[in-house]
Design a protein around this ligand. Structure first.
Ligand code: SF4
Ligand code: SF4
Length: 98
């Protein structure tokens, strides 16, 4: 079984943001809502050595990586499961960049 805590490939991407519903934002701890600024409708992403990465990600992809809002992560993040198609695509993309 793949270990998400040493992966985080699905927390990277070219989209530039991680889409959030109003419910997703409301579920975030108040202190973490800054991660959705300026629109408050998506988690912000920033450039890294692996392309854009979610601002809520702590640590290095393919190293020790943790979602700092894991319990309250957006619904779109909950839909990706280890070894499903989205997971495989994310991991293949990250491996191609390494
Ligand atoms: S779901 Fe897949 S791509 Fe996402 S962190 Fe887990 S193992 Fe990595
Ligand atoms: S909110 Fe957490 S699980 Fe979702 S992309 Fe960002 S770091 Fe990954």
């Amino acid at each position: 079984m793949l270990d998400c805590t040493t992966c985080a490939a699905c927390c990277l991407g070219d989209l530039g943001h991680v889409g959030c519903t109003l419910e997703d934002v409301a579920r975030l701890p108040r202190t973490a809502r800054v991660l959705t600024a300026p629109t408050f409708r998506a988690m912000a992403m920033r450039p890294s050595d692996h392309g854009l990465r979610c601002d809520a990600l702590v640590g290095m992809p393919m190293g020790k990586a943790l979602c700092s809002v894991y319990a309250a992560r957006p619904e779109v993040c909950r839909t990706v499961q280890p070894q499903d198609d989205a997971c495989r695509r994310s991991r293949a993309r990250l491996e191609a960049m390494s």
